[in-house]
Design a protein around this ligand. Structure first.
Ligand SMILES: Cc1cc2nc3c(=O)[nH]c(=O)nc-3n(C[C@H](O)[C@H](O)[C@H](O)COP(=O)(O)O)c2cc1C
Ligand SMILES: [Mn+2]
Length: 456
């Protein structure tokens, strides 16, 4: 059964010993952030802060410290997550509309964020308090197709915030279309709700695909939506809090700096401004937030599990039907590094596989290995880099490619122009290396006898 909302998930986490409660008074200025980061680094429990200074609401963080927790949110095993995602991309399940919704229990008379949203500062160099974990819903002004993604929000006091809405990010595309007409872009920010919504929000899809449909198939039941009060949008009925507003056309103000997902600060820039027009919430809302910054974080877990199925199908359908596994690493910020294992069918195929991935501006380094190697095991990866690679033959260097612009090592950072690399760490097609290993029969027999040897 899918989770109805955040609360059901929290109850389940608590029963499994995976939710801790901190009742001691905690500062929203860096202290809550650092506790969250420590728990994240330890792959520890989710945490409910009941006493955040100056905050009227309890705060929950560290929902997704690892793949296991994300799999639990979808009710699948870790190894089944990829197939669930592939199914969701193949056959989204449309949301359904409802009239009554928990997220409307309270309709506030003021859209002043500071009265309700905890003003949490996450990093010492940030330009102010940030709202990091809101599901931003908007529509393509041309087609009316919905989009849902997470874009960070710089809270600037009152009902005004800064956002970074930049194509090819879909919110940025929608905004550019609205602004070209001289119109504001209507948006709604839903906080909390079924954790599957957060997983779906990180989908790698073409423009025009509604992530709420993906969420439906991921969770195994359509998402229930309710109409907003002041904008022509629909939001998840089970959300804890909903902010409604407009991104203003032709207006830019300083946003940032912010400690980014790749582990470095991005500076302040002139970016979009949102004015909120309404806030609705549950009677006793819980504020869901997350630590962002140097990997690995919850953000990277959500992104890695969303990107792997997309890359897997891309390789399987266009380059190598015998691809075995695709691993988006957390250390690579769930973006720059992809390790792939394949069963080769032709000479040079590994390099084509790498190029299929490197065409994404996000992917910087790809390593392709044979299918006897577990790409999720760093020791095995090092072994093949050491023993199956001749750099002059196997390394492709691709300078001057459109790249993820927050990579600080780019020569003209932040130009977005960067150098990419593919490493073909497969054994050349048609050759074999004389590997030292025991025959599978023998391994099986010895393992079956383990207890009989008196070993544990
Ligand atoms: C906690 C969190 C914060 C994020 N903040 C941003 C952000 O500020 N800007 C951005 O472009 N993407 C951000 N992302 C990544 C996007 O949500 C993600 O790439 C999404 O799939 C984009 O969807 P879209 O293609 O519909 O724009 C964030 C992701 C997470 C998990
Ligand atoms: Mn999208």
């Amino acid at each position: 059964m899918p989770y109805e909302d955040l609360r059901e998930f929290l109850t389940d986490l608590r029963e499994r010993g995976q939710l801790v409660q901190v009742d001691r008074s905690v500062s929203p200025h860096l202290e809550l952030s650092l506790i969250t980061k420590e728990l994240n680094d330890r792959q520890g429990p989710a945490v409910l802060f009941t006493n955040v200074q100056g905050s009227p609401l309890p705060v929950v963080t560290n929902l997704f410290p690892n793949r296991e927790r994300a799999a639990m949110a979808l009710g699948v095993g870790v190894d089944d997550m990829r197939d669930r995602w592939i199914e969701a991309m193949r056959a989204p399940l449309e949301p359904v509309m409802v009239d009554r919704a928990a997220c409307k229990e309270v309709i506030r008379d003021s859209a002043d964020l500071t009265q309700i949203i905890p003003q949490i500062v996450w990093h010492e160099g940030d330009g102010g308090p940030y709202l990091p974990f809101g599901l931003c819903i908007c529509k393509d002004p041309d087609t009316g197709r919905r989009n849902m993604a997470i874009y960070r929000i710089h809270m600037k006091g009152g009902n005004k915030v800064g956002m970074k809405l930049q194509p090819p990010q879909h919110g940025g595309v929608c905004y550019a279309k609205a602004e070209a007409r001289g119109e504001p872009l209507q948006i709604a920010i839903a906080i909390g709700g079924d954790p599957a919504l957060y997983i779906a929000s990180q989908a790698v899809t073409g423009f025009g695909v509604d992530e709420l449909g993906l969420a439906g198939r991921l969770r195994g039941a359509p998402v229930e939506l309710v109409k907003c009060e002041t904008v022509d949008l629909e939001v998840p009925a089970g959300a804890e809090i909903v902010l409604e507003g407009r991104v203003l056309p032709g207006v830019r103000e300083a946003e940032g700096p912010f400690g980014e997902f790749q582990g470095y600060y991005s500076g302040a820039s002139m970016r979009q401004v949102v004015e909120f027009t309404a806030i609705t919430h549950r009677r006793d809302p819980i504020y869901l937030a997350t630590y962002e910054g140097r990997p690995p974080t919850n953000t990277h877990v959500l992104q890695a599990i969303a990107r792997e199925p997309r890359y897997f199908t891309q390789i399987r359908d266009y380059v190598c039907p015998t691809v075995k596994d695709v691993y988006v690493t957390l250390g690579g910020a769930a973006c720059y590094h992809v390790w792939v294992s394949i069963h080769q069918q032709a000479a040079g195929q590994a390099k084509n596989v790498a190029l299929e991935l490197l065409k994404s501006h996000l992917v910087k380094h790809v390593i392709v290995v044979d299918d006897d190697i577990d790409v999720r095991d760093p020791l095995q990866m090092e072994w093949v880099l050491a023993t199956r690679v001749q750099a002059d033959r196997d390394v492709l260097i691709l300078p001057g490619m459109a790249s993820q612009h927050l990579d600080p090592s780019q020569p003209a950072h932040p130009s977005g122009l960067g150098c990419k690399m593919a490493i073909d760490a497969t054994i050349p097609y048609g050759q074999d290396y004389d590997k030292v290993e025991f025959s599978p029969d023998l391994v099986e027999r010895v393992r079956a006898n383990w207890g009989a040897y008196g070993l544990r």
